[in-house]
Structures are given as structure tokens and as C-alpha cells.
Design a protein around this ligand. Structure first.
Ligand code: SF4
Ligand code: SF4
Length: 409
């Protein structure tokens, strides 16, 4: 694609990157069929190619029309288009450049700004999420059913705890922000599974910063990243082998720390090391002798696995968890259109409710088509979102490997 970006913008790092990405796109449209919003809405401006044109037009002319925001806001950033694109167009990178330019050139309406600010003020802080779930419990009975079912509740306390540190091999486990409150069993299960493999997982506190980043609060996101690096660095210096992340959305963010802090002379090297050490648990387990692992369920029961977009398209780990579970004997059923997003997508389910619910309905229909006994996934956002509609239990796959028994010596 030919470009004519203004020389002043073209000379900036963002301008240079945008120009290179735009030039790679040959407008073939092969990405459009994989785009969930194009499939739902049928409007070229809600397709990857259409959004690329909208961003290109804005960057070339400087005109930030509200229509551009409407179509960019509808993008899930699922990156299915990147996986489908034969020309290697880094859509998500271009999208972030375009979105930041748009935010600078045209302010959002006040109400819109507050609606987007509220999740940033609450969700990255576990204590605030805890207060929110208590409030939810009080107001829930007063609400109509359709709202009641969408409100998250904190689960009861879990019976089995984090194992005592006892192994020479250690890794850090990112606890996250929402997950320790809404689904604490996931990280505990990971710690117990790794314990059986001879690895002690040390809890690492902190919100990865993805929520702020994807709501265009880039400086705030970088502050989260720097705080996390300071917090985790002593353990990494003591020899922790990896940083394990059970939420693939946070894992994708950690993988980008190196790029996002590349311009910070104090943190660039440390951020690059954090990115290099970030691992989804499936990557670690694929490298280990898993004979000590025991299943928490009868492995013959049919399980539908929902692969989060961040696992497939950002971390490029499509099929790895499925291969691992099958090697451990689990019975995974085929799922139609596994590349399509469930509609969770960070705060998308809050900010784009109707579209998100349509995607959820289609995803659950496909996941439950072959009557699985449960649905397994790999990201807290998808986990919470699928639970709203699924008729069978939803679990993180690592929970399937933790029967809750005392760890073996
Ligand atoms: S992003 Fe890739 S697949 Fe989509 S139109 Fe451009 S070159 Fe084709
Ligand atoms: S990131 Fe997902 S929703 Fe956005 S354009 Fe690409 S495929 Fe469509």
C-alpha cells in the first residue's frame, strides 16, 4: 500500500513504524473472514482492512472524525487478523499507534472518558475488586435477572492452600489483580502442580498494566510495569528461572514489556529480561517430565477447550495446551471456529456490551455443541465471561491437574 504520511509524523518512531506496517498491507482482504466484528456487522469499516484504511486516512490527513473512533472502539484487538494475514501486517501495533494519535487529536466526550476511567480506577487493585464484589453481593438481589447474572461474585474460600517452598528450583507466578479475588483456585492449583514437578512457585504481586494500556492510558501502564519490575527483580536476581502467568492476557502483556520500555534507559534491559522469562504454564509443562501430575477429573469425560485470543494470536501458542492435555490423557472434543473471540477482550464486555454478548452466545453454542462435561480455558477474562452463559462448569485447565490432594514428596 502506498503511503503519504506527513514528513513530521513520518520522522517519529511511531510514524516510521506505522509507515512500514501500512506498506506491508496489499489490501487482499484475506484477514476479513477471521474478524469477529466483520462477521457480525458486515461493514468493511469493522474489518481489519477497513480499520487499516481508517487509521491511514487519519494519519495522512490529520482528520480525526468520530466515525473512526466508533469503528476502532469496536475492535476486540483479538489479533485473529494478524494470524490470518499472509503479508505479516502487524495490525495490533498499527492499531495502538492509530488509537494513541486519535486520543491526542480528538478528546472523547466527558461521559465516555469517565466510563473508561472507572475500570482503571478499580480493576487493577485486588483490594478494590474485593470491595466491589462485596457490594455486588448486597445489590445483586435488587437487580433484574439479566444484570444480576452478569455481576461477578467472589467464590468461597478455597480449601487447599499454597504449598510450602521446598524446592531448589523456583519460578515466580504472577498473581494478577482480578484473578486472586474472583478465581483464587487457579493460581493455587498452578503452585500445587508445579510443586509436584519439583518447582516452587513464589507469588509475584502486581497488575500487569494491560488494562491501562488498552484503555489508552499508556503512561499509567508503564508505571505499573516499572513497579512490577522493581518488585520482582530481587527474586529474578536470586535465580527464579521464569515468570509464570496463568492468565494469557497478562502473559501477552509481559511479553511486550521489553518493547514498551525500550526507550527507558533505567528499565529497558530489565524489561527485556522480564519479557524473555515470561511463560504460560503450558510452555513449562511441555518441557518437564509430567509423570508426577495427576488429573483432578476422570480424564475420559469430554472437555471443550476455549483457546483465548491472547494465547493463540499474541503468544502464538495455538494448539500447545491442547497437545499437552491430550498427552496427559484428557478427552478434548473438537470446537467449531476456535479462532473466534468469546467477546471478553479485557474491558470490551463492559464497553461494548451488545457485541460482546452476541460473540459470547455464539462461542458458548460452539463450545457446548458436543455436550462436554466442562469447558476449560487459559485466561481469567474468558473464564469469567464464559461462566455467565455456559451451562457446564468452566475451569482454568491447570485446575484439571490439581486433584486437591496433599502434594507428594
Ligand atoms: S492486513 Fe494482511 S490480510 Fe488484511 S488486507 Fe492487509 S495484507 Fe491482506
Ligand atoms: S483485532 Fe480482531 S476484531 Fe480487531 S480487526 Fe483484527 S480480527 Fe477484527
Amino acid at each position: 500500500m502506498q503511503t503519504s504520511l506527513p514528513p513530521s509524523f513520518r520522522a517519529t518512531p511511531q510514524g516510521e513504524a506505522a509507515d512500514a506496517i501500512l506498506r506491508k498491507c496489499v489490501h487482499c482482504g484475506l484477514c476479513t473472514a477471521s474478524c469477529p466484528t466483520y462477521r457480525l456487522l458486515g461493514d468493511e469499516r469493522d474489518s481489519p482492512r477497513g480499520r487499516i484504511y481508517l487509521i491511514k486516512g487519519m494519519l495522512e490527513t490529520g482528520a480525526a472524525h468520530p466515525t473512526i473512533r466508533k469503528h476502532l472502539d469496536r475492535c476486540l484487538l483479538c489479533r485473529a487478523c494478524e494470524t490470518a494475514c499472509p503479508s505479516g501486517v502487524e495490525y495490533s501495533h498499527l492499531f495502538e499507534i492509530g488509537r494513541q494519535e486519535l486520543e491526542q487529536r480528538s478528546a472523547r466526550p466527558l461521559l465516555d472518558r469517565w466510563v473508561r476511567r472507572a475500570p482503571r480506577m478499580t480493576l487493577p487493585y485486588p483490594q478494590r475488586v474485593r470491595h466491589l464484589t462485596r457490594l455486588t453481593r448486597i445489590i445483586r438481589p435488587l437487580l433484574p435477572r439479566k444484570y444480576r447474572d452478569n455481576l461477578p461474585l467472589a467464590p468461597p474460600a478455597i480449601a487447599h492452600g499454597w504449598p510450602q517452598p521446598r524446592h531448589r528450583r523456583t519460578m515466580l507466578l504472577l498473581e494478577g489483580c482480578v484473578q486472586p479475588v474472583l478465581a483464587p483456585a487457579i493460581n493455587t492449583a498452578a503452585a500445587r502442580v508445579f510443586d509436584r514437578l519439583g518447582i516452587t512457585l513464589e507469588p509475584a504481586r502486581g497488575c500487569c498494566g494491560a488494562l491501562s494500556y488498552h484503555l489508552s492510558a499508556v503512561d499509567e501502564a508503564r508505571d505499573f510495569m516499572r513497579r512490577n519490575i522493581d518488585r520482582w527483580w530481587p527474586s529474578l536476581e536470586r535465580g527464579a528461572e521464569a515468570l509464570v502467568i496463568t492468565a494469557s492476557g497478562c502473559g501477552a502483556m509481559l511479553r511486550d514489556y521489553g518493547d514498551l520500555l525500550a526507550g527507558d534507559p533505567h528499565y529497558a534491559a530489565k524489561a527485556a529480561r522480564v519479557s524473555a522469562l515470561a511463560r504460560d504454564p503450558c510452555q513449562v509443562l511441555m518441557q518437564e517430565d509430567c509423570t508426577a501430575i495427576r488429573a483432578a477429573t476422570d480424564v475420559r469425560v469430554p472437555i471443550a477447550f476455549h483457546a483465548p485470543c491472547t494465547l493463540q494470536n499474541a503468544l502464538k501458542l495455538a494448539g500447545v495446551t491442547e497437545t499437552l492435555l491430550q498427552a496427559l490423557g484428557f478427552n478434548l472434543v473438537p470446537v467449531q471456529d476456535p479462532h473466534l473471540c468469546c467477546g471478553s477482550a479485557g474491558t470490551y464486555s463492559i464497553l461494548q456490551g451488545p457485541l460482546s454478548r452476541r460473540l459470547l452466545a455464539e462461542k458458548v453454542k460452539h463450545l457446548e455443541a458436543l455436550r462436554p462435561a466442562l469447558i476449560a480455558t487459559a485466561n481469567i477474562g474468558c473464564y469469567q465471561h464464559l461462566k455467565q452463559r455456559a451451562r457446564v462448569p468452566v475451569k482454568h485447565w491447570i485446575e484439571l491437574l490439581d486433584p486437591g490432594a496433599a502434594p507428594t514428596a
